[in-house]
Write a protein that binds this ligand. Structure first.
Ligand code: ATP
Length: 366
């Protein structure tokens, strides 16, 4: 079997800075060689701490970190085959682009001719050839980021660690650099671990999205699985795009249950093998883009769930229209209506509507 040099395994990884409170708690995760993995979670959930432990800038309190099958805990950072790219880029202001990138090789004792040969090849790869004699201060944010990426990648790490790499850029540049990061990762063929608190960034980039809360992994998997099939309320709300309703099991009927929400509202949900009984408190998710808004009295298609509601707010989003409906209890209720559908028969604030969706598309959450 080929050696998976950039495969990572975290096993029972735990960190406490004060010896009392763990900020990373029993994290288990496998990342295949050459994958793009995004750690996603709110501020303070332990993402950076995990990255720093993989890089060797921080020691775990407990657990193992395997890179290419080898436990690297205790090894100094330079012996791990990892490179880190920081939020601030940390470029040397007095060195040219070329010398900033070549610096990492100089530190490793590479002779001058080879150093510049490798550097120029990398400069070409990140499309900086025209700018190679400039100082960092003469570059845009996106260009500085490319220099930082090149400097991290030139040591041929098996894993590249990126801590909020796009957060210093304005929105347009962030989206552009996002696809460049992905392109670079494919070209370099190495494992990327990217820490972000942006849902859109994570699902746009990652092969594997890892959603964290308070030092623990809540869910990990392919972007589409995590987005479309969140396990619980936390993941559904954090990833967005879903309405989450809470209530109690009204009835269990074959492979369907009926959620009894507030204000006498009822929603049928496929059971999918879950074990619940009448009266249990449950959460249900329905995707915002699954919801059709119909005028009262319209005929519903077969096997459709629906709630009577009212339009509370309307926001034009370009390719779709965000329609805020009457909340269900304390839960927000929102429909994303395709732009053309909405303007075919535009709704107004205060309009009474039937919010309908295919019954099978509702999901019971843990
Ligand atoms: N060197 C340190 N000493 C003590 N506590 C720390 C240290 N570094 C981080 N922490 C604490 O550990 C927790 C996790 O921090 P960490 O930086 O890993 O979170 P994060 O998810 O990366 O957050 P952010 O998105 O804000 O960077 C936080 O409560 C933080 O205050």
């Amino acid at each position: 079997m080929a050696i998976q040099r950039g495969a990572i395994e975290l096993a029972g990884l735990t960190k406490s800075y004060d010896g009392v409170t763990p900020v990373v708690q029993g994290v288990n995760l496998k990342i295949p060689d050459g994958a793009y993995c995004c750690f996603l979670g709110p501020s303070g959930c332990g993402k950076t701490t995990i990255l720093r432990m993989i890089a060797g800038h921080e020691d775990p309190t407990d657990g193992e970190i395997l890179i290419g099958g080898e436990n690297v805990v205790g090894l100094p950072p330079v012996e791990r085959g990892t490179a880190m790219m920081f939020q601030s880029y940390a470029l040397f202001p007095h060195l040219s682009v070329r010398d900033n990138i070549a610096f990492a090789l100089r530190v490793r004792g590479q002779d001058k001719a080879e150093r510049y040969r490798l550097t120029d090849a990398m400069i070409e790869k990140v499309r900086l050839t025209e700018l190679r004699d400039r100082l960092p201060g003469q570059l845009s944010g996106g260009q500085q980021q490319r220099v930082a990426l090149a400097r991290a990648a030139i040591t041929e790490p098996r894993v590249l660690l990126l801590d909020e790499p796009l957060s210093a850029l304005d929105e347009q540049l962030r989206i552009q650099m996002r696809s460049e990061l992905r392109r670079m990762q494919r070209e370099l063929g190495i494992t990327f671990i990217h820490v972000t608190h942006s849902q859109l960034e994570a699902i746009a980039l990652a092969d594997i999205v890892v959603v964290m809360e308070k030092g623990q992994i809540k869910q990990s998997g392919a972007a589409r699985d995590v987005y479309a099939a969140p396990k619980d309320r936390y993941v559904a709300e954090f990833l967005g795009g879903q309405n989450v309703f809470s209530g109690r099991v009204g009835t269990v009927n074959g492979d369907r249950i009926v959620l009894q929400a507030s204000e006498m509202k009822q929603v049928a949900i496929p059971l999918c093998g879950a074990r619940v009984k009448q009266g249990d408190a449950i959460d249900v998710a329905v995707r915002r883009d699954d919801i059709n808004l119909l005028r009262p009295g319209a005929t519903l298609a077969g096997d459709t769930s629906s709630l009577a509601s009212r339009v509370m707010g309307i926001e034009y989003q370009g390719n779709f229209v965000k329609v805020m409906l009457d909340p269900v209890g304390s839960d927000e209720f929102v429909a994303y209506v395709p732009e053309r559908t909405f303007f075919h028969d535009p709704l107004d604030i205060g309009d009474v509507v039937m919010a309908a969706w295919p019954a099978d598309h509702a999901r019971l959450l843990a």
